[in-house]
Design a protein around this ligand. Structure first.
Ligand code: ATP
Ligand code: MG
Length: 394
């Protein structure tokens, strides 16, 4: 049998309490099973703790996955050994070596727990003997009880379990636990960040991109594919729907007053997104809008475009400043792609002097008089689906 690597998973405490816990656990299991399938993942639950075991060839994949798994706040490599003092010491030294090699480590402590009372040393004795042996092997490290750089945990149960460094995971809720949402994904800075925020709350995400070829380039679409791929590294994979939007744009341009173009285009996009959402059984839409960032994102404009969908439209960035959004985009590694200079259909067709505070009734009447529904249905028929795998090279 191939050797296996074990991980201790630290779940967000919130969902570990209460009656919904088994549901969240199931979602987490399902996500890890799906994402790590080639490495024969096995998830074990022991005394309220989660362990993941994978084939040792899958450690890089497992660690990249765990660093991007919603519902976890962190993970540690775990080592199961024989219940002898020698084995504990050898493994503790191994953990220490891993820590010293991977980050600045000057202080440590050993914490022990003994559920198997037949083990001859009590937890205090285990900590002091293992601690002394680590100090002997790493004379530069000093013991520190409060906030040390490294905590080596020892648990004596059916076997001995040891864990060292905890690496961060993003938190949030397990993927799939909130159902499915459709993200309106442009090539900009905002919508990928918005998708990340809602995915973190447990939504599976599919994305839709409105393409205005030949007014927007093939490169613009490739940029959106790259951004979707970045989100896929949190979700396992993502489906991107590309909908040709040129006919709708031209129809609006030829039939509506110039200052209304942007609003009608936004309304039509939301309308089409809702149609697609129903087709793929998504139960909400997600956009990257932030209050008053541009003319189409004032309270009045959002009030109008909101009316295009009976499904809820989530705008997780609504209260954020651009600076905050940029910080998030950098954190999730979408920023550098988002600022590549390809035109979006909004920039090509936008009004020069857009309405900022549209009168709801008048603008609705104007939109209805465009009779766009047939054009939108045609566009929907031509939707193309691209499945994007996660980006990591494993
Ligand atoms: P972003 O940075 O996400 O492009 P933005 O501030 O440029 O946002 P708009 O261009 O007005 O704002 O778009 C508002 C929202 O509409 C976007 O956040 C996105 O959710 C959606 N959107 C805009 N253009 C497209 C498009 N071509 N395809 C799909 N969704 C789009
Ligand atoms: Mg944009």
């Amino acid at each position: 049998m191939a050797e296996r690597q074990l991980y201790l998973l630290k779940s967000g405490e919130i969902w570990l309490k209460g009656g919904n816990r088994p549901f969240f656990e199931r979602m987490l299991r399902r996500h890890l099973h799906k994402t790590l399938k080639p490495y024969r993942p096995k998830i074990l639950m022991q005394k309220g703790r989660f362990f993941l075991a994978v084939d040792s060839g899958g450690t890089a994949a497992a660690e990249q996955t765990l660093a991007k798994t919603f519902g976890l706040v962190g993970y540690s490599r775990a080592y199961a050994t024989e219940k002898t003092l020698d084995a504990l010491i050898e493994t503790a030294r191994e953990i220490c070596r891993e820590a010293v090699n991977s980050r600045r480590t000057a202080t440590f402590k050993v914490e022990s727990r003994r559920s198997d009372k037949s083990f001859p040393l009590n937890s205090y004795q285990i900590s002091s003997k293992v601690g002394a042996a680590v100090s002997e092997a790493f004379p530069d490290l000093s013991v520190q009880m409060k906030d040390p750089d490294l905590v080596i945990s020892v648990e004596i149960r059916d076997r001995a379990y040891l864990y060292g460094l905890t690496y961060p995971s993003p938190g949030g809720l397990p993927t799939g636990s909130a159902g499915k949402g459709l993200l309106m994904l442009s090539g900009g800075i905002d919508s990928p960040a918005a998708g990340y925020m809602m995915a973190k709350r447990g939504l599976v995400i599919e994305a839709v991109y409105f393409h205005a070829y030949p007014f927007t380039s093939q490169e613009a679409q490739e940029k959106v594919e790259t951004l979707a791929g970045k989100l896929a590294s949190y979700l396992g994979s993502i489906r991107l729907w590309v909908i040709p939007f040129t006919d709708a744009q031209l129809h609006i341009r030829n039939h509506a007053p110039e200052q209304e173009h942007t609003l009608h285009m936004r309304y039509a996009m939301v309308r089409l997104s809702e149609m697609l959402a129903r087709k793929i059984r998504a139960s909400c839409l997600i956009t990257g809008e932030a209050l008053s960032q541009v003319a189409s994102q004032t309270v009045e404009s959002l009030g109008f475009t909101d009316g295009a969908s009976a499904l809820p439209v989530f705008r997780p960035l609504i209260g954020l400043d651009k600076e905050d959004i940029i910080a998030l985009a950098r954190q999730i590694d979408t920023y550098d792609t988002s600022i590549l200079p390809y035109d979006d259909c909004c920039t090509v067709f936008s009004s020069k002097h857009p309405l900022v505070k549209p009168d709801r009734e008048l603008i609705q009447k104007s939109y209805d008089s465009l009779n766009l529904e047939g054009v939108l249905l045609d566009a929907l028929k031509q939707a193309q689906m691209i499945r994007l795998p996660r980006q990591e090279p494993f």
